[in-house]
Structure formats: structure tokens, C-alpha cells
Design a protein around this ligand. Structure first.
Ligand SMILES: [Zn+2]
Length: 323
């Protein structure tokens, strides 16, 4: 029970009870509650500016952990990029060069993605830049791997072709010449054995006794085995494909016939002195796309570097050919 309060009424000269109106009391209470709530909000707001809630702390920890993970991923990507750059370099400067394929330009290997902004969904966040850059980086890395993989596929095909090509081109000396003394005259300007004038000698002469075996210099098909070409006497032409033809002249006897398939090293005939020839020898020519080229460029297959250089010296002496 609340105390009953009185006041002195001078009009009636008596004490009267103080009565407060209920509505007014309610108003006071409401005002008190409202101002308390306002004050409470103010303090909570003020507090949140200086102190973090446990939830905020947890989120912040998670965010910084994610940033750390992104940094680690970027480091790993950098390592992958270095390894790939190394493979690309070897691809361009060794493999593609060896197989005579054009190197793939840097801008083609490292091209990003043009056109529509594919990273739009990643924009508008605090960490947008980090996430966007990482995404771009991995996209380019992926593209580079695809380009590199295609290049290796191409090279595998070229390698297979090259193997076939190497088996077929004329790449050995057509007679046994272990001590290299049989090579008598090379390709170039030489003195004609008959009229002693200087003229072009279009092949290489190997001196050897009549009947010495002659071998096919590469895989191919015998195109001709006859004596219907003036000067060459009995001669054989082998078509090796890829534009290469080898010619063996002044033969004594054939061991193969027209249209016969031969392998490198097959016995095709024997040394003689038929046609325009001064003494028993093999006159050997190599054609590429119908033009006669220096056969010395094709013996690397069976010679050491030292032997090759010796043969090269001997073949460049401007002596007299045997024709
Ligand atoms: Zn000759």
C-alpha cells in the first residue's frame, strides 16, 4: 500500500488528500521507458564502435584465414607458372625448332579471355580484387596448358613423320668407305677428265674396283635401272619420296629392277665404268625437288663427327673428277 499524502487547502481551511491522475502516471512511465531505451541504444552503438562482438571476431578470423589461403594458392600458382614457362620454352626452342614447326608466340600462349567481363559476379566486395586476380591467373594458366598440350600432340605427329622421313632420305655412303679413301672427287667445280676444262661436277665420285657392291642410300622405289641417259652409262635412280631422288652411275651390273622397293643398305648393283667414265668408279648424285644438291650433306647418319669432317675436307678439294 502506498502512503496517502495530504495537502492543506487554504480555501476550505482543511487537509485534503493528494490524488494524482492515473493517465498522467502512465505518461511518466512511458517517457521514462523511452528515454532509457534511447540511452541503451546509444551506449550499445557507442560500444560497437570500439569493441567487437564474439561473432564479429570469429568472422574476422575466418576472413584473414581465407586471405592467407589465397596468398598460398597464388604462390602455388606462381610455381606452376614457372614450371609451365620452362616447358613452353623448351617446346618453342627445342622441340618445335627440331621438327621445323613455327614457335607459338608468347601472346598466343598467354592470351586471357576477351569480350564479356567474365569476372563481373566477383565485383563489389572488399576482396574483389584479390579474388578476381586469382581467377584470371588460373584461367590463363589453364589456357596455357591447353595450348601446350595441343603443341605436344602436333609434335608427336611430326616426330612420327620425321622418323619415316629419316629412314627414307639418302643418308649413307653408297659404297663401303670405312677408311674414307674411296671418295675421289666431290660436288663443285672440277676439272673434266676428258677435255681438262673446269666445269660443274654435280655429284660425288667413289673409286672402287669393278664389281664392288653399291647400296641404296635410303628406303625408296627404283625409278630407273637402264642406260638410256647419255653419259651415266648403266645407272639407277631411286625415288625416296619427300622430293628426294638418288642416282648411281657407270654401273657394271644391276641387282634390282624398275619399280622394285628397296630398303636403305640393300645391294642394288656393282661398280663399273660404263658411260662417260675414265676408270671404274661410282658417280653418285642426290636430287631434291629436281635439283642436284651436294651429297656430302647426307652422310651424317653413318659417320662420326671426325670422319665427317675428314670426308668434307677431301670432298672439297678441287681436283679432277672421274665423271
Ligand atoms: Zn662423277
Amino acid at each position: 500500500m502506498s502512503k496517502v499524502k495530504y495537502y492543506y487547502d487554504s480555501d476550505t481551511l482543511s487537509y485534503r488528500k493528494i490524488t494524482r491522475k492515473k493517465r498522467r502516471t502512465f505518461k511518466y512511465v512511458l517517457a521514462f521507458l523511452f528515454s532509457s531505451a534511447l540511452l541503451a541504444f546509444f551506449f550499445v552503438f557507442l560500444g560497437s564502435q570500439f569493441f567487437e562482438s564474439p561473432n564479429e571476431k570469429a568472422l574476422k578470423r575466418e576472413l584473414s584465414n581465407m586471405q592467407l589461403q589465397f596468398d598460398l594458392l597464388n604462390k602455388k600458382m606462381a610455381e606452376a607458372e614457372t614450371v609451365l614457362a620452362n616447358v613452353e620454352d623448351r617446346d618453342n626452342n627445342i622441340y618445335r625448332l627440331y621438327f621445323e614447326a613455327n614457335p607459338i608466340p608468347e601472346e598466343q600462349r598467354k592470351a586471357g579471355f576477351g569480350g564479356v567481363n567474365r569476372y563481373k559476379a566477383l565485383e563489389g566486395f572488399d576482396n574483389s580484387k584479390l579474388i578476381k586476380e586469382s581467377n584470371k591467373r588460373i584461367d590463363i594458366l589453364q589456357k596455357r596448358i591447353v595450348v601446350q598440350s595441343k603443341s605436344l600432340d602436333e609434335i608427336a605427329v611430326l616426330a612420327e613423320e620425321k622418323e619415316k622421313f629419316l629412314a627414307t632420305i639418302p643418308a649413307i655412303q653408297p659404297v663401303n668407305n670405312e677408311d674414307l679413301t674411296r671418295m675421289a672427287s666431290g660436288y663443285g667445280m672440277r676439272t673434266d677428265p676428258f677435255n681438262k676444262t673446269r666445269k660443274m661436277h654435280w655429284g660425288m665420285d667413289f673409286t672402287a674396283p669393278r664389281g664392288t657392291p653399291i647400296y641404296a642410300a635410303g628406303d625408296g622405289v627404283v625409278e630407273r635401272a637402264d642406260s638410256n641417259s647419255s653419259g651415266y652409262g648403266n645407272h639407277i635412280r631411286i625415288d625416296h619420296g619427300y622430293g628426294y631422288v638418288s642416282l648411281y652411275a657407270h654401273m657394271y651390273k644391276y641387282n634390282v629392277g624398275k619399280n622394285q622397293k628397296v630398303k636403305r643398305g640393300d645391294l642394288i648393283g656393282f661398280v663399273g665404268s660404263t658411260g662417260r667414265s675414265e676408270a671404274p668408279h661410282l658417280h653418285y648424285e642426290v636430287f631434291k625437288d629436281g635439283k642436284r644438291i651436294n651429297p656430302i650433306n647426307f652422310y651424317y647418319g653413318s659417320l662420326t663427327a671426325e670422319e665427317y669432317s675428314k670426308l668434307l675436307d677431301r670432298s672439297s678439294i678441287e681436283n679432277q673428277s672421274l665423271d
